[in-house]
Design a protein around this ligand. Structure first.
Ligand code: 13P
Length: 252
């Protein structure tokens, strides 16, 4: 299976900064990509991405992604962005249930599952984030937490669960410079793979990617693990050379 390297810019960027960053990425990408690359950028810049991709052929090989989507189809939900709006900009991916949304916006497992459902209904691949906090890890609850988070999405989307991407993002590794060791990450990915296998005959198609301080130096060893099918990159995705190093580590 091709690896997936997805940038999560979070709430960073500007018209000028995006043009510089995407230009640097475009000029450093290999002519033939052997992994999938996606950029999950803030919604106001999707149109800019489309314009830039029209003039830079190598950018056109990148998939566009969103960082969140409404759990509703349309209507009186001020500030929300629907899956069909994502579709209008040809977003291929949308991150749902990122720990920052769970933590700062009180998103529950059920809400995350409903968001995944909206994405799937619009033909967009949800990148479902799961992960434990440091306190939960220290209490020996990692498996229980990630299984509970994924179970809600499986429960609501059972018939098309092989169409999702799962991102394991230990909360204690996000933006901290502390990465899960390849073995620690692999152990959790194996748990998630087993859970998907029990739910679907096509679980082997599901990419399970890792996120949490992945960078140019640690990407290769993480991506070498049997159940790590890619990365969801925060800070390092804002630096073209770091991001390109991760892409080349995934391109073997
Ligand atoms: P960092 O790579 O900055 O740790 O962020 C990871 C992340 O949250 C990606 O979604």
């Amino acid at each position: 299976m091709k690896k997936l390297i997805a940038a999560n810019w979070k709430m960073n960027g500007s018209l000028a900064a995006n043009e510089a960053l995407l230009g640097a990425i475009a000029s450093g990408l290999p002519a033939e990509l052997t992994c999938e690359v996606a950029v999950c950028i803030p919604a106001p810049y999707w149109a800019q991405f489309r314009l830039l991709a029209a003039s830079m052929p190598s950018l056109a090989s990148l998939a566009l992604g969103a960082q969140d989507v409404s759990s509703h189809a349309s209507g009186a939900f001020t500030g929300e962005v629907s899956a069909t709006m994502l579709k209008d900009f040809a977003c291929r991916y949308v991150i749902v249930g990122h720990s920052e949304r769970r933590q700062y916006h009180g998103e529950s497992d059920a809400l995350v599952a409903a968001k995944a459902q909206q994405a799937l209904a619009a033909g967009i691949t949800p990148v479902v984030c799961v992960g434990e906090t440091l306190a939960e890890r220290e209490a020996g609850k990692t498996t229980e937490i990630v299984k509970r988070q994924l179970a809600a999405v499986i429960h609501a989307n059972g018939h098309c669960i092989s169409e999702i991407v799962v991102a394991y993002e230990p909360v204690w590794a996000i933006g901290t410079g502390k990465t899960a060791s390849p073995q620690e990450a692999q152990a959790v990915h194996a748990v998630l793979r087993a859970q998907l296998t029990a739910a679907s005959a096509h679980a082997d198609r599901v990419k399970i990617i890792y996120g949490g301080s992945m960078n140019g130096s640690n990407a290769a060893s993480l991506l070498a693990q049997p159940d790590i099918d890619g990365g969801l990159i925060g800070g390092a995705s804002l630096k073209a050379t770091e991001f390109l190093t991760i892409v080349s580590a995934a391109s073997i």
